[in-house]
Design a protein around this ligand. Structure first.
Ligand code: ATP
Length: 241
């Protein structure tokens, strides 16, 4: 069994089935990127894994333990942390308060305030600023820092570079190197395919709530990924024909 095991997960928004029988496993320390057009179900899947959205069927296991029925704050204590699309900081609270609140919600470990500020030095003189007054890059750093303060084993990053300047995106991705070196398991949704290919070990392509193609980055072509993105996926046999 894999470290994170997702087994036939369904998730709905009312009548709409946004995630359909999605199954995959992630090994400890692996970096898996999810690719797919808007509406493919990536955000719903991430929220379901983190416990922020209910699964209507299926099982989620972390390190052998079934977490499917656990609420999100309990999953955080088990080592699952989500950096949600759109950051969702407490905008009227300071950066310091956002980070400290997360520390209390999570577990102790190598990520404390000093470690987060070493990773995101641009937050050092923003600690007393209200999160709502920060630049996009500073907000994203705070959102990732907040997740790190919970000392996750598995970090889910949903579109962390959305709306950031190229320089801020580069800073965010540089900071992820520290996590990768620490052996954190990372699931990431990223629209920029070049960035995705540069950090991920494995790619999972989603279309209309389902996984259509997946494989090791080294074994997938850009064409296969783009075909899956646009719904033109072919089987390996068809590709080799
Ligand atoms: P994006 O890149 O736009 O975030 P995504 O791949 O993350 O796309 P989801 O946001 O999970 O996809 O959306 C999957 C489906 O669920 C889409 O059809 C979307 O319209 C629908 N959906 C998402 N959130 C809601 C909601 N709160 N209420 C109703 N339908 C929703």
């Amino acid at each position: 069994m894999s470290y994170l095991e997702i087994e036939r997960i369904d998730a709905r928004h009312g009548l709409l089935q946004a995630v359909r029988e999605v199954s995959f496993g992630v090994e400890k320390g692996e970096i898996v990127a999810f690719v797919g057009a808007n509406g493919a179900g990536k955000t719903t899947l991430f929220r379901t894994i983190a416990g922020a959205h209910p699964a209507t069927a299926g099982r989620i296991r972390l390190d052998g333990a079934d977490v499917t029925a656990l609420p999100d704050h309990v999953r955080v204590r088990q080592g699952l942390a989500l950096v949600p699309e759109g950051r969702r900081l407490f905008s009227r609270m300071t950066v310091y308060e956002n980070l400290i609140l997360a520390r209390e919600a999570g577990r102790s470990g190598r990520w404390d305030l000093d470690a987060v500020l070493d990773t995101f030095p641009n937050l050092k003189n923003r600690l007393k600023s209200k999160a709502g007054n920060l630049s996009g890059g500073e907000q994203q750093a705070t959102a990732i820092g907040r997740a790190l303060m919970t000392n996750p084993d598995v970090l889910l990053l949903d579109e962390v570079s959305l709306g950031l300047s190229p320089a801020a995106v580069a800073r965010v991705y540089d900071s992820l190197q520290a996590l990768i070196e620490a052996g954190t398991t990372i699931l990431v949704v990223e629209q920029d395919l070049n960035r995705t290919l540069s950090i991920a070990n494995r790619i999972i392509c989603m279309l209309e709530g389902q996984i259509v193609v997946q494989g090791a980055v080294a074994e997938m072509t850009r064409e296969q990924i783009m075909d899956a993105y646009f719904g033109l996926h072919r089987t390996n046999r068809e590709n080799n024909a």
